[in-house]
Design a protein around this ligand. Structure first.
Ligand SMILES: [Zn+2]
Ligand SMILES: [Zn+2]
Length: 185
């Protein structure tokens, strides 16, 4: 993560060949001649180093800097996410398994509406708990919590041979994970 600040000048990246002709070289590969420059900081970059972004070619330093600006959450956010999402997922698993599954035929229809709603609720609770900061793996962590929270109930229904009762928590898992991933991206 510790990158050299953008204090390089062209002179540092250029060396003089015969007859005073100046050759621009990649700031990371002093042996590679290039005419390409990062369109943010202006450092010369070779084709191997250049990363094409929606706004043009950028050097790896600038790309990482932009990502760090986007992902403002620290490692503590993952802990907070687990503390918030795991109990909520467990409660949701219990509600879908023991309350919604007991509603007979309508349990399926109710599950189809309640599952994305529940996933959205968990995602929103986590987002507020981490102060709306973004983290690279936040959606993965929260989705994993939902899987862990609901898995005991699915296992319980499997052991009891209640395949019909598997469907509501199954729907919760499928649509809940989808909603979480979409909301916390
Ligand atoms: Zn740059
Ligand atoms: Zn290079």
């Amino acid at each position: 993560m510790s990158e050299t600040p953008h204090t390089h000048t062209d002179e540092e990246h250029a060396h003089t060949v015969e007859e005073g002709e100046t050759v621009i070289v990649c700031y990371r590969h002093p042996d590679t001649e290039t005419s390409l420059r990062c369109n943010r900081c202006g450092k010369p970059i070779c084709t191997k180093c250049a990363e094409l972004t929606p706004v043009g070619y950028r050097c790896p330093d600038c790309v990482r800097e932009q990502q760090d600006k986007f992902y403002t959450g620290g490692n503590l956010d993952y802990v907070i996410a687990v503390v918030v999402a795991l109990p909520l997922s467990f409660i949701a698993g219990a509600v879908f398994t023991f309350i919604i599954a007991g509603l007979g035929f309508f349990s399926w229809i109710i599950s189809f509406f309640a599952a994305p709603f529940t996933g959205g609720l968990i995602a929103e609770a986590v987002r507020r708990a981490v102060g709306r900061r973004r983290s690279r793996y936040l959606s993965t962590v929260v989705a994993a919590c939902l899987v862990l929270g609901v898995a005991p109930f699915i296992l319980f229904m499997l052991i009891n041979g209640n395949l019909y009762g598997l469907i509501p928590p199954g729907i919760l898992l499928f649509f809940g994970v989808g909603t979480i991933v979409a909301r916390l991206r």
